[in-house]
Design a protein around this ligand. Structure first.
Ligand code: SAH
Length: 377
């Protein structure tokens, strides 16, 4: 905590004055000196999430939230270009632990992920501030049932908090995408890859393969530069949205959408000595906890090894991990090992992370979760 981390685990708390679930508590050190103010959770292992190094009264909380939401929005306005879809507020990374807000053109989604942020006053302040600052057509609350259960919060269904619309079309780097708030993973689209899509398109050429395509984020960007694009996902419904997205962006080449298990497909392609000039690997998080890391690293090595073998000389590999339990060093080591086994020489063109609307705090390593390397054979 003294090094600037906002979390205090329950096992590190010496004394608690019986705070109610989700209450605002002042935090002191062992000598009784004020360290700051935190959100309390009665159920999470992270008992305290610091929100200030000063005293904050319940009456001052709304103003603090409003102020931070405004600042978070202003940061995005200076960083985000050519897109009307991006993350407006990102929890700890914006000093608002437990609050996430995303913009998809005229539709906003919000999530309240902790006992403290699910309180009516905080919910209302977020909605009011977003309405005044952005003037969206609608605001939809997305619900993560597993997190609500972990936080000991009563079940809640997704709901429209303002307006009526629950779907829209947004633009990212000049490409159009469908958005349906009541469908999809996470908050519905992978906004954190926005800058990596652009970087991938910068290097892409020839025949391209986008593995784990979801709604076609990379594939649609690659299509601008490549003569052929094949995009793979195991989810039929994700591919249906991807195809609909392709229709929103007419032009050559036509993308080949394939429903397949990526592990099997890469194995088959490698066995058939298929070759590509550009390959994207953007799998789901293989490690959801620390103890899954060794298995995850084996998985990353396997898919990267096969992809490296399929690259034509000069070919480009854009390879990602979104597991925050897997460090950049561990990921790079898995890639090194894959390169050695594939007997290919690869140069690092770029080491990238998540888009800037998903800020990384220097003192909170957990805020940095997406790693993306661009390699050339
Ligand atoms: N690249 C995407 C995000 C990928 S999310 C983007 O930029 O938007 C991970 C995707 O992997 C999901 O769409 C999921 O359906 C798919 N997936 C998970 N396991 C898979 C497997 N074994 N084979 C193929 N696709 C898989």
């Amino acid at each position: 905590m003294r090094q600037g981390h906002p979390w205090v685990y329950r096992s590190d708390v010496l004394h608690l004055d019986d705070p109610g679930p989700g209450s605002l508590v002042s935090v002191g050190d062992e000598r009784g000196n004020l360290v700051g103010t935190a959100f309390y959770s009665s159920s999470s292992q992270i008992a305290l999430r610091m929100i200030s190094t000063r005293a904050v009264s319940p009456e001052q909380l709304s103003e603090l939230v409003r102020d931070r939401v405004r600042r978070a929005i202003a940061i995005r306005q200076s960083f985000v270009h050519d897109s009307n879809a991006f993350r407006l507020v990102f929890s700890e990374a914006d000093q608002l632990p437990g609050i996430i807000a995303d913009r998809y053109n005229d539709l906003l989604t919000v999530q309240f992920l902790t006992q403290a942020t699910d309180q009516p006053a905080v919910r209302q302040t977020l909605v009011d501030t977003l309405l005044t600052e952005i003037h969206p057509a609608s605001i939809v609350e997305r619900v993560d049932h597993r997190i609500r259960e972990l936080e000991d919060l009563p079940p809640r269904e997704m709901q429209v908090l303002h307006g009526e619309r629950t779907s829209t079309i947004f633009t990212m780097n000049g490409i159009r995408f469908q958005y349906a708030a009541y469908a999809g993973q996470k908050t519905g689209a992978f906004l954190d890859q926005r800058e990596n899509y652009k970087a991938a398109a910068k290097y892409a050429s020839g025949e391209a393969l986008d593995v784990f395509t979801y709604h076609g984020g990379f594939a649609l960007h690659l299509a601008k530069k490549c003569v052929r694009v094949t995009a793979v996902d195991s989810s039929r419904s994700a591919l249906e949205t991807a195809e609909a997205n392709e229709k929103l962006n007419p032009g050559a080449p036509e993308i080949e959408w394939m429903e397949a298990n990526a592990f099997d497909l890469l194995k088959d392609y490698a066995a058939a000595t298929r070759q590509f000039d550009t390959i994207v690997l953007d799998p789901p998080a293989f490690a959801k906890s620390k103890k899954e890391v060794p298995g995850a690293l084996r998985g990353y090595k396997e898919i990267n090894l096969r992809a490296m073998r399929m690259l034509r000389p000069g070919g480009i590999l854009i390879t990602c991990t979104c597991s925050h339990h897997v460090s950049e060093e561990e990921f790079v080591n898995a890639l090194r090992s894959a390169a050695a086994d594939s007997r290919r020489t690869l140069r690092i063109l770029e080491k990238r992370g998540q888009a800037q609307d998903h800020p990384v705090l220097l003192t909170v390593p957990e805020t940095s979760y997406l790693k993306c390397l661009i390699l050339q054979a």
